[in-house]
Design a protein around this ligand. Structure first.
Ligand code: GLU
Length: 481
């Protein structure tokens, strides 16, 4: 059996969007599952569209997500270089082969002439085919002239690992440009040469190339190349409506998701689920599970919807599953200033407490800063709470006073979550208040934060003195409000 070799071949034309990352991820999963090789090739032959810094950005995104490659521009391998702009001689040699076989010719037309041909076809309502205008005696090919493929149109049938059996007629096979007048190859030519040279076994890419596939098959034949396995990815659709996901639909740069507190494992899981599932109800997958379970034939053909809420949920699940020390490292850039002034051991203790409630790491300050600094009472939070806003001021005062007295009765060395829970249960009985009201009120009076961990844990972590002081301050603030 041939060694499986897959590749990701992005053009450095801007930030790497989710669709690009998904193609990379699926190609990587196929390679890793088969103990094969994954190659990164930067397709920088369109100098007009190139955006400076994007190759470095792509590399950073892949490494952030853990999509490691075995060969690439900065990772030597047997089939380099892996930057297309450094392979121009290789394309020239392969082009020469086609010229010698009479399967490529110099394109003598000016862009204006080509526009005329196009317009003629339009006027007569015919599909434009360059091959209908093949020059009878093309000039000798020289630098500065485009080189075209001389196609041999025919019908094709082929199998796509995702899209299934596909078939087209000869009318879609045309004479495409192989080398442009600036001396760079087109994507159409370069990727075929490179995939062959780099011994790629599975070609996994987006749908935009599907319509050119018959012409590519014609080129494979002209060059005597074996076809790789083809796998065409379904579109990723925007959250609403049926259209393709675009930058305006909230599809952010992958590195921005990391800055926004998403973790790589969750992004990988989420991106893998865009168009793939393992046939069960399982939604949360570790990377190792994805490697074990992924298969191209379970990639769906229809578009996959990008669902930010699902990503958020998955992120929370993956944060929960992280070992505490690992989470502590990742949380480092997200702590509030007051937390950073505290002892590292205190941060770790608080992180353990809030871990289950973090949806993104950016929730960390709001979920934890009241452990590190005394919050100012904010009565709007009571007013904004459907249940609490119904309480009269003196009711609030009574409930809070009863709470501080009950908490004060706990022995100092028994101020544990269990003991606090017992005290709270008794308070619920004696006050006859609903938990939704009493516990929310106590929670707010010590944290003044929209969310916090379970109340007994919160109070135990704050400590008896601080819990009581905070409730006292809230009562004092109440009487002046
Ligand atoms: N350079 C092409 C792109 O970025 C790659 C397509 C392919 O994977 O062959 O769209």
């Amino acid at each position: 059996m041939k060694e499986v070799r897959t590749r990701f071949a992005p053009s450095p034309t801007g930030f790497l969007h989710v669709g690009g990352i998904r193609t990379a991820l699926f190609a990587w999963l196929v390679a890793r599952q088969a103990d094969g090789q994954f190659i990164l090739r930067i397709e920088d032959t369109d100098k007009v569209r190139e955006v400076e810094g994007s190759a470095a950005h792509i590399i950073k995104c892949l490494s952030t997500l853990g999509i490691n490659y075995d060969e690439g521009p900065d990772k030597e391998g047997a089939y380099g270089p892996y930057l297309q702009s450094e392979r121009l001689e290789i394309y020239q040699e392969w082009a020469q082969k086609l010229i010698e076989q009479g399967r490529a010719y110099a394109d003598p037309y000016t862009p204006e002439q080509l526009t005329e041909f196009r317009e003629e076809a339009k006027a007569t309502k015919k599909a434009f085919l360059y091959r209908n205008h093949r020059p009878e005696n093309p000039p000798q090919w020289q630098p500065g002239m485009p080189l075209r493929f001389k196609s041999e149109p025919k019908a094709y049938k082929w199998q796509d690992a995702v899209m299934g059996d596909l078939a087209t007629g000869p009318e879609v096979v045309d004479d495409i440009v192989l080398i442009k007048s600036d001396g760079y190859p087109t994507y159409n030519f370069a990727h075929i040469v490179d995939d062959a040279e780099m011994k790629i076994t599975h070609l996994i890419r987006g749908q935009e190339f599907l319509s050119s596939q018959p012409t590519y098959l014609n080129i494979y034949e002209a060059l005597g190349l074996e076809r790789p396995v083809f796998a065409t990815m379904p579109h990723i659709l925007a959250e609403t409506g049926g259209k393709k996901l675009g930058k305006r639909d909230g599809a952010k740069d992958v590195l921005d998701y990391i800055k926004d507190g998403y973790i790589a494992e969750a992004l990988v899981n989420f991106i893998a689920s865009l168009g793939w599932n393992d046939g069960t109800e399982q939604e949360i997958f570790s990377v190792d599970e994805l490697i074990a379970k992924f298969s191209l034939d379970r990639v769906q053909r229809s578009g996959a919807r990008f669902d930010t809420r699902r990503l958020l949920w998955m992120n929370g699940q993956h944060i929960r599953a992280l070992p505490l020390d690992n989470l502590l490292e990742r949380a480092a850039p997200f702590w509030s200033e007051s937390a950073l002034k505290a002892d590292a051991s205190k941060r770790k203790e608080i992180l353990a407490l809030v871990q289950d409630r973090l949806k993104t790491l950016t929730d960390l300050p709001i979920l934890s800063s009241y452990f590190f600094e005394t919050p100012d009472p904010d009565w709007n939070m009571i007013q904004d709470n459907k249940q609490l806003k119904k309480l009269e001021l003196d009711q609030i005062q009574q409930l809070l006073s009863a709470t501080r007295n009950a908490l004060a009765q706990i022995n100092a060395d028994e101020f544990t979550p269990e003991q606090i829970q017992n005290t709270l249960n008794t308070l619920l009985e004696t006050t006859g208040e609903k938990p939704g009201i009493l516990l929310s009120l106590i929670r707010l009076s010590v944290s003044w934060a929209p969310f916090s961990p379970a109340l007994p844990d919160t109070l135990a972590t704050l400590g008896q003195t601080s819990s009581i002081d905070r409730i006292d301050s809230s009562i004092a603030a109440l009487s002046v409000s």
